[in-house]
Design a binder for this molecule. Structure first.
Ligand code: PPS
Length: 291
């Protein structure tokens, strides 16, 4: 089996979780030690490949009066786990932007301030079949993974990919969101179905009043087509392998049908139903399948 590079960190619940190799226990300890959360901080958070960048764009434009500005999105809404690797502690925490805004893929129990409701958190979730496909392409294009889809599928269903099991991640955030007004839980598929409404929901959550013009400007600059054509959003990654698609790959619901075999679909459905049996959370898998 192809090697998926990873590290293992403490999951904040007495166990361990698989992380991408560049987010080690060292970064997590640094975050715990240095990251002082402010009550007006805004965190965009998601299991990887669920629409994080999309929500970063909406939040950034909403808090920036619809103006994209000079910075690339990953600097305008910096990455918490990049505390050591990219921006460094000072740059991450002493942002010019007010309120400060961040993005992260951390599980609920590791997210700065989340358990104490110290800030605002917008969590984006996506149906796990499309998520797995997007994750596979991301792993090949940007993380140097050279395995097949079939091999990746096995890793994904075992939670042996970066940030661990989809189900643990999403369900912890979902349960927390049911008990907290500080967590807005948004689904990728709902954003896809009605982007204008998603923008409104986010603006309301952040306490930003939208007039029609601003509302339209944010929605239009957050469409897949706009973001794909925007080099500040559709970043050229240093590690990007050119033979694979860029970050804005397809941006659709139901692409999993082009890759899942019938057998993989059966295996996945069993795992899905078992993992989701105690929750009222449902996902839209496209073509009217909502489970
Ligand atoms: S990452 O690397 O974890 O931050 O990736 P993330 O941004 O969470 O997810 C990338 C997928 O989101 C899609 N995307 C969008 N879809 C629809 N509309 C818009 N505006 C949009 N922006 C990003 C992106 O295309 C990736 O999904 P796939 O299925 O791979 O295309």
């Amino acid at each position: 089996m192809a090697k998926y590079k990873h590290t293992i960190v403490k999951n904040g619940k007495g166990g361990y979780v698989v992380f991408p190799p560049f987010v080690t226990q060292k970064e997590m300890d640094l975050i715990e030690e240095k990251f002082v959360v402010r009550d007006d901080d805004v965190f965009v958070t998601a299991y990887p490949k669920s629409g994080t960048t999309w929500m970063e764009q909406i939040v950034h434009l909403t808090l920036n009066n619809g103006v994209q500005g000079d910075k690339v999105l990953s600097e305008a809404v910096p990455w918490v786990e990049g505390i050591n690797r990219y921006q460094g502690v000072e740059k991450l925490l002493n942002q010019q932007a007010k309120p400060r805004r961040f993005h992260s893929h951390l599980p609920y129990h590791l997210m700065p301030g989340a358990k104490l409701n110290l800030a605002k958190y917008i969590y984006v979730a996506r149906n796990p079949k499309d998520n797995a496909i997007s994750f596979y392409f991301h792993s090949c294009s940007k993380l140097g993974y050279d395995g097949t889809w079939d091999e990746f599928f096995d890793l994904y269903i075992q939670g042996k990919v970066g940030y661990g099991s989809f189900f643990d991640h999403v369900l912890d955030w979902w349960q927390a969101s049911q008990k907290s007004n500080n967590i807005l839980f948004v689904k990728y598929e709902d954003m896809k179905q009605d982007l204008r409404q998603a923008v409104k929901t986010v603006a309301d959550f952040l306490g930003v009043k939208l007039d029609e013009e601003l509302w339209e400007a944010i929605a239009s600059q957050s469409s897949f087509e706009s973001m794909a054509a925007n080099p500040q959003a559709n970043l050229d990654w240093v590690y990007q392998r050119p033979e694979f698609p860029k970050h804005m790959r397809k941006g659709i619901i139901g692409d999993w049908r082009n890759y899942f075999t019938t057998e993989q679909n059966q295996i996945f459905d069993e795992i899905y139903l078992k993992s989701m049996k105690d929750t009222d959370l449902q996902f839209d898998f496209g073509e009217g399948i909502i489970i």
